[in-house]
Write a protein that binds this ligand. Structure first.
Ligand SMILES: Nc1ncnc2c1ncn2[C@@H]1O[C@H](COP(=O)(O)OP(=O)(O)OP(=O)(O)O)[C@@H](O)[C@H]1O
Length: 248
């Protein structure tokens, strides 16, 4: 079967970021250049503190880099003011975090419906989308349950359904399996993979969980704010390809 060339949906060009704590200034991202493609689950792996979450926050427009450029869906995020950036995130991005971030008083269906109201959808359309997303993550029969009645894996699936219902082009997941046991972690990563394939979504996941490596389409290994390797796990390790080259 012929495959169309994958679209590059996220680009970092010579991105750098430092933080100051007291008198100490530490560089967390060093002149980092990277392309991420649509329709793939890309995993950024690496030890704690190497800069994974900072990179995800910059690529998703949650944080601004000190230097360099980020293009998301061909928009230069540096050119968007705070309001435009918020709107960009509302329209095009979904987020999944380690801690689920669910409201204790809402059932699964209400959790997923809530953010859809900010998109201006009618209540009927919001309900339709929320139900479809919950079905897609296998929670159709449990959509009336509250977080206290759901397992950790199910809570994370609600969080994924909430992100998915927005139909985002870009889905960012920060340590989505860290709080889960092996079986539930596996289910979550399979769902993220399926979303990338089925919807053509760009799924960018950061994790130091080595169990995820074999399930990603592509694995970028990070250390000390740099990307050390870029490989496709099902194939033999390939050298970094053009990662550190400046933009054309
Ligand atoms: N807002 C901030 N202010 C000061 N330092 C920060 C800030 N955010 C991150 N850092 C520092 O930047 C470094 C990288 O943090 P980051 O969270 O990106 O790493 P990580 O690879 O995601 O780690 P983990 O796997 O533990 O989540 C750490 O040393 C962290 O303490």
């Amino acid at each position: 079967m012929a495959h169309a060339k994958p679209t590059v949906s996220l680009q970092a060009r010579n991105v750098s970021k430092s933080f100051t704590s007291g008198d100490i200034r530490s560089t967390v991202l060093h002149d980092l250049t990277l392309d991420v493609r649509a329709g793939e689950l890309t995993l950024i792996s690496g030890p704690s503190g190497c800069g994974k979450s900072t990179l995800l926050a910059i690529l998703s427009g949650l944080q601004r880099p000190d230097g360099g450029q980020v293009f998301a869906l061909e928009q230069d995020l540096n050119h968007l003011d705070t309001r435009a950036l918020e709107r960009f995130r509302l329209l095009h991005t979904g987020f999944v975090f380690q801690g689920f971030n669910l409201f204790p008083a809402l059932n699964a269906l209400e959790q997923v419906e809530l953010p859809l109201s900010y998109l201006g959808l009618s209540p009927a359309e919001a309900r339709r989308r929320a139900m479809a997303s919950l079905e897609e993550v296998g929670l159709g029969p449990r959509m009336k349950l509250r977080p206290s009645e759901l397992s950790g894996g199910e809570k994370q699936r609600v969080a994924i359904a909430r992100a998915l219902a927005k139909e985002p082009d870009l889905l960012f997941a920060d340590e989505p399996t860290s709080a889960l046991d092996a079986a539930n972690g596996q289910i979550v990563i399979d769902i993220l993979h399926r979303i990338a394939r089925a919807h053509g979504t760009t799924v960018l996941c950061v994790s130091h969980d080595p169990r995820l490596v074999g399930h990603a389409d592509r694995v970028l290994a990070m250390e000390d704010g740099r990307i050390l390797s870029d490989r496709v796990p099902s194939q033999t390790s390939t050298p970094t390809s053009g990662l550190e080259e400046p933009s054309a």
